[in-house]
Design a binder for this molecule. Structure first.
Ligand code: CO
Length: 665
């Protein structure tokens, strides 16, 4: 660097020419490293499906590396563990603590959202932080999706009371391709850091959840923060866009104190830079991590050979490229983009992706230019998809999710710029808490919930930890407790895969690819009829003779079986001609003898509640059920007035798009 830098000598990276092969000098100011392998690493790459039993084999070795902390909990782990892995989230903490004897534990805490997707009342927040600390948590990395630190007040009190480390986050976001603009500029971040310091932050983290921070912006930002506040500065960045390793290096040059990395098998792609190249890059400098590269290699070998084969099927192998160019183009978190793509795919609307990219910045702006991080990335993302799919030329925001209504009411906190008044008014029409938005701290309007949960779950919950699972996740939490205490048997889908089973599966795939598998016997078809016509079909240079016969109705009939609809009494048969819109399928054809207008699921999801039962009368537009799709709740209205003739699904059931949920006659 030709330009002489400001700041203390401590900040500058000095390369020594000493023979560090024989004697590695102890660095004057080593960069501290937090490892994310066991939380954000597998959350980013394997949909948070890492199991505790697969963390134990490396835990003791990882404890010896010298990490500043290991992130093992929080974020999506709590949700995924009880929902998909049949694991008690609290138990993971206690188990891992037996192996990590000296390295502090760190968790990602979503402020007053805790490890869920909405603001919980103070009594739940207090109990959660207290129990997390008691179960072994040391560093509470706390963030709020709106950077509204009023949402920190309750949890910070709890963290401090328990004598634990409060790391305050600033969610890094942008509205332009580089840091700057009217909202998220240097001044914004410095002010936020000062606010965190005055709340007693033990360290301050720039949380770049989407991998958007550019190397030279990282340099300027860290430099400015180091000058503005005393607390250590921590940078968290994802590799998604491909810039994170460069940003790390520039952050080191600007004097960053702590960086986040993963063990290399869990690094890169939407995860984080790997630790090993950083260790080597800093070797012999005044910021040398001091880590033993051979120990890291040993850990990698176990992860690579014994652990990762069990998760390989979860890796996104649809792309060769390890970076996501779309993130650079749209400045939007990679995880959010892949969620949008999945959501569109499930609704057979992938062709609308470009419209979604166009609508997204518009929706974000109308909703107060909020940062895009859980849960706001889902809130903005799903509303965007809803707008693209359900709006028409006359009306926008036709299907507003419950979470957007909450956001407009002020339940998530204060947005960076005011919400568009037109959108806000529409969202709050008939909103149960009132049509006038609040300006106070959101939790001030939330009634305590823990007592009610305790009453509701009764004997099912054996202690406060169990009750908290239900307070955070009412539907899936209860289901988990039933598995936990053997009241219901857990389905196979939540059970662990063994390495042997994975190897057997890989062997089958290998054989199939090599053509060594015995061919399945062809299925016996119906007898050939008189109207059979033969066609010549050419595929590339191969020639086939194919017999085609008309079905009874004149058009070729294809049986259409909906995925996940096995529990339904009957399947919808659709013709091979373009399928009719779902609401024109006569109910009699769809559901046996019940006549009337079917109410179909507009999107795949989990039914949270059904407000009607057979025999109830409803008016057109009355809310009939709440459907959770991509964690957002959608109130589904009655398409017509009438009497409920049949209800086919209940709370806790999963539905596919176009499944008939009930029939109104
Ligand atoms: Co992250």
């Amino acid at each position: 660097m030709a330009k002489k830098r400001q700041g203390s000598k401590h900040d500058q990276v000095q390369v020594t020419t000493m023979d560090y092969k024989r004697k590695r000098p102890k660095a004057e100011n080593p960069v501290k490293i937090q490892d994310l392998t066991l939380r954000d690493g597998h959350q980013s790459l394997f949909a948070t499906r890492g199991r505790t039993e697969d963390m134990i084999p490396v835990a003791e070795m990882m404890d010896k590396v010298g990490f500043w902390a290991v992130e093992v909990w929080g974020g999506a782990t709590f949700d995924t563990m009880h929902r998909f892995l049949n694991e008690d989230p609290w138990e993971r903490l206690r188990t891992l603590k037996r192996y990590f004897k000296s390295t502090p534990f760190s968790m990602l805490l979503r402020g007053q959202n805790l490890v869920g997707y909405r603001n919980y009342p103070d009594d739940v927040a207090e109990a959660f932080v207290d129990r997390a600390a008691a179960n072994g948590m040391d560093v509470f990395r706390t963030f709020d999706a709106l950077n509204d630190y009023r949402n920190f007040e309750t949890v910070v009190k709890g963290i401090k009371k328990a004598g634990k480390h409060f790391q305050g986050c600033i969610c890094y976001t942008m509205t332009e391709p580089r840091m700057g603009g009217d909202v998220y500029n240097l001044d914004y971040y410095v002010k936020k850091a000062k606010a965190l310091e005055s709340m007693g932050a033990d360290s301050i983290c720039i949380k770049d959840m989407a991998g958007l921070i550019a190397p030279y912006d990282a340099y300027d930002l860290i430099k400015a923060l180091k000058q503005a506040v005393k607390a250590p500065i921590h940078l968290h960045s994802h590799f998604t866009s491909g810039m994170a390793s460069m940003s790390h290096l520039k952050a080191i040059e600007a004097g960053v104190d702590i960086l986040d990395t993963c063990m290399s098998p869990y690094a890169f792609r939407t995860s984080h830079p790997a630790v090993e190249p950083l260790v080597m890059a800093l070797l012999g400098t005044n910021r040398d991590t001091g880590f033993d590269i051979r120990l890291l290699a040993k850990i990698n070998e176990v992860l690579e050979k014994e652990i990762l084969p069990k998760y390989r099927h979860l890796l996104d192998d649809t792309k060769v490229s390890i970076i996501d160019i779309n993130v650079l183009l749209h400045q939007t978190p990679g995880g959010m983009l892949s969620n949008l793509v999945n959501q569109l795919r499930e609704m057979n609307a992938l062709d609308k992706l470009d419209q979604v990219y166009e609508e997204l910045p518009r929706v974000r702006k109308e909703l107060g230019q909020i940062p895009l991080v859980t849960p706001t990335s889902q809130i903005v993302g799903i509303q965007t998809v809803n707008n693209v799919l359900f709006d028409d030329k006359k009306e926008r925001y036709k299907m507003i999710t419950a979470q957007v209504k909450d956001l407009c009411y002020g339940l998530y906190g204060k947005t960076a710029v005011p919400i568009d008044p037109k959108v806000q008014k529409k969202a709050l029409k008939g909103y149960p808490r009132g049509e006038k938005p609040i300006t106070c701290r959101p939790a001030d309007v939330l009634k305590p919930e823990l007592k009610d949960v305790q009453k509701d779950v009764g004997g099912l919950a054996k202690d406060l930890d169990d009750q908290l699972v239900c307070a955070l996740y009412p539907v899936t939490g209860r289901r988990f407790l039933k598995w936990k205490y053997g009241i219901e048997e857990a389905p196979d889908s939540v059970k662990a895969k063994t390495l042997d089973a994975v190897k057997a599966e890989e062997e089958r795939v290998r054989k199939a690819k090599a053509g060594d598998l015995i061919e399945k016997k062809p299925k016996k078809g119906p007898p050939k009829g008189l109207n059979l016509r033969t066609f010549k079909v050419f595929v590339d240079n191969e020639y086939f003779e194919v017999g085609v016969e008309e079905g009874a109705g004149g058009t070729p009939v294809v049986s259409y079986v909906q995925p996940g609809a096995a529990s339904q009494p009957a399947q919808v048969a659709q013709t091979a001609a373009p399928p009719p819109p779902p609401d024109s399928v006569p109910a009699a054809a769809a559901e046996g003898d019940v006549e009337g207008k079917p109410l179909t699921a507009p999107m795949p999801g989990l039914i949270i509640s059904v407000a009607v039962k057979v025999g109830d009368t409803v008016q057109e537009g009355d809310p009939v059920l709440v459907l959770e799709a991509m964690k957002m709740e959608n109130s589904i209205p009655a398409p017509v007035s009438g009497t409920i003739k049949a209800v086919y699904f209940g709370s806790g059931d999963s539905v596919s798009k176009d499944d008939v949920i009930c029939v109104i006659g």
